[in-house]
Design a protein around this ligand. Structure first.
Ligand code: AMP
Length: 172
């Protein structure tokens, strides 16, 4: 077993003063760590019916594509405003200062589909909660969420109540 935590780099004061950015590029470039992270993230969902993986831009795409492959299903991107070309649903959520908007293609999820939502990191939970709402508005059922990292002290999982959450690395 690889110590995945030791492959993640802290970058202090990025993108702004006071933030400790969890840089996963050092994990991604490590052949063994990348493979192990993908397999461990997929693990609890292997015996379940997964009809699609939703990955959140942009680091959620890297992990989400792998998870979709490992779980033998398709991949759906949730992107920042203005990036998806066809008809979309939008969901706005609050940031510390201001708001952000994410989008999904209207035909990306069908009613009744069981969807796994993936991102690299759970912080305040706003981004993941917005992705969950988009899936649910399309009639999909969010059967779980998977994150490489959770910043426990930000209590993001409070916004994702009642949903199964799978995390590999915690910071408390
Ligand atoms: P949040 O909506 O607060 O849960 O933020 C989650 C999103 O912001 C994820 O897509 C993360 O990649 C990114 N993010 C938030 N905080 C950090 C951090 N300290 N280090 C790296 N990425 C972060």
């Amino acid at each position: 077993m690889i110590d995945l935590k030791s492959t993640i780099r802290d970058v202090v004061d990025f993108p702004q003063k006071g933030i400790v950015f969890k840089d996963i590029t050092t994990l991604l470039k490590d052949r063994e760590a990348f493979k192990e992270a993908a397999e461990l993230l997929a693990e609890p969902f292997r015996e379940e019916r997964v009809d699609g993986v939703v990955g959140i831009e942009s680091r959620g795409f890297i992990l989400g594509g792998l998870l979709a492959y490992l779980l033998n299903t398709g991949f759906v991107p949730v992107r920042k405003l203005g990036k998806l070309p066809a008809e979309t649903l939008k969901e706005e959520y609050a940031l510390e200062y201001g708001t952000n908007t994410v989008e999904i293609h209207k035909d990306a999820v069908s009613p009744g589909q069981r969807i796994l939502v993936v991102d690299d990191l759970l912080a305040t939970g706003g981004t993941a909660a917005a992705a969950v709402k988009l899936v649910q508005r399309l009639g999909g059922e969010v059967m779980g969420l998977a994150f490489l990292i959770e910043l426990d002290f930000l209590s993001g999982r409070n916004l994702l109540r009642d949903l199964p959450i799978h995390v590999l690395i915690h910071y408390s």
